[in-house]
Ligand binder design. Structure first.
Ligand SMILES: Cc1ncc(COP(=O)(O)O)c(C=O)c1O
Length: 360
């Protein structure tokens, strides 16, 4: 198939078409060098220009203060689940976790290997369909970890939680990074696997405050210390060059869209269309509580598993791919990240209304 279809995959996910077209050219020959982007040495001039552009655009987009480093690491967001407690927790220290889904549960499990992990809030009682407002912090947490957007359950923090004085805030922003403006100065560490809003899998963006880089454990294997990557511009070992290249392109695309405030407006328009339809539908229901709804992952069900299956099969045949929900929620999930076009949402809503009139 040479035509592209609408891809609602939760990740790896849709990328901007202009980025893919540019990548096609640069895979063959980057910036007139006669060498493709994947074939360039990470120490060479051509790739270093790409790296500099990725860092500069990232800093500009998110207004990252000077006392933070931008790192491009490997091992996915899942490696951050253990790297953070490994660097900052000891058996006599406690980290507080806001548990809003499967990914935060995995992060807690890793923290327990290194110190105390206190669950300060949880929405497990309702299968994670909301963001809890009540938080019970421990006495003196080293850090507070939260997942800004819960990819599987379709919920999202509307604003950052307030962490107790003396602690630093850590955010797994894998599935909503750069979907809206954010105030980096509120965070100690913010990380995201690239494969939803930033680029291909295989690279993780980590934004980390300088004092934390310095205070992290120095007894760990070299590759597992943040200072190693900060001191070597993410090139202590061979970095994921292609992933960094795509991120630079995606950052440039985001800047062309008008930056984070503009992409937020676009994302709000896109998500509102779908939620408005769900709220008016007699067949489909959204699964997330309205005040916790995600702009990135819209989860919904018909209430009848066979009908869900039929819907997914017919939608796939109609060129609406990747709508099957995660098994822990069932039903459907439309992942509508930054690069997902509004026309795809219109097509989905049309398709849902037709399905509702024949099956409702
Ligand atoms: C919110 C969130 N955190 C972490 C992960 C795990 O990321 P990775 O596969 O990069 O380890 C995912 C993957 O979907 C996710 O959605």
């Amino acid at each position: 198939m040479s035509e592209r279809i609408y891809n609602f995959s939760a990740g790896p996910a849709v990328l901007p078409e202009t980025v893919l077209n540019q990548a096609r050219e640069d895979l063959w020959s980057l910036a007139g060098t006669g060498i493709g982007v994947m074939e360039h040495s990470h120490r060479g001039k051509a790739f270093l220009a790409v790296y500099d552009q990725a860092v500069a655009l990232c800093r500009e987009l998110a207004s990252i203060p000077d006392n933070y480093k931008v790192l491009f690491l490997q091992g996915g967001a899942s490696t951050q689940f253990f790297s953070i407690p490994m660097n900052f927790l000891t058996p006599d220290k406690t980290a507080d976790y806001l548990v809003t889904g499967s990914w935060s549960k995995k992060a807690v499990a890793e923290a327990k290997r290194f110190g105390n992990a206190h669950t300060a809030s949880s929405s497990a009682d309702k299968n994670f369909n909301y963001i809890p407002q009540e938080v019970n912090y421990s006495d003196n947490p080293t850090y507070v970890h939260f997942t800004s957007n819960n990819t599987i359950f379709g919920t999202e923090y509307q604003t950052e939680p307030e962490n107790p004085a003396g602690s630093f805030l850590v955010c797994d922003a894998s599935s909503d990074i750069f979907s809206r403006p954010l105030d980096i100065s509120k965070y100690g560490i913010l990380y995201a696997g690239a494969q939803k809003n930033l680029g291909p899998s295989g690279v993780t963006l980590v934004i980390i405050r300088d004092d934390l880089i310095e205070s992290g454990s120095a007894d760990l294997p070299t590759m597992l210390q943040y200072r190693t990557h900060a001191e070597n511009d993410s090139m202590f070992n061979t970095p994921p060059t292609f992933g960094i290249y795509i991120m630079a392109q995606v950052f440039a695309w985001l800047k062309d869209q008008g930056g984070l405030p503009a992409i937020q407006k676009i994302n709000e328009i896109k998500a509102k269309k779908l939620y408005d339809y769900l709220d008016s539908s007699k067949l489909f229901q959204g699964t997330a509580e309205p005040d916790s709804r995600s702009l990135m992952n819209v989860t919904f069900v018909t209430g009848n598993e066979d009908l869900d299956k039929k819907f997914i099969a017919e939608a796939t045949a109609a060129g609406l791919d990747g709508l099957k929900g995660h098994r822990s929620v069932g039903g459907m999930r439309a992942s509508i990240y930054n690069a997902f076009p509004e026309a795809g949402i219109d097509k989905l809503i049309d398709f849902m209304s037709n399905f509702e009139s024949t099956n409702g």
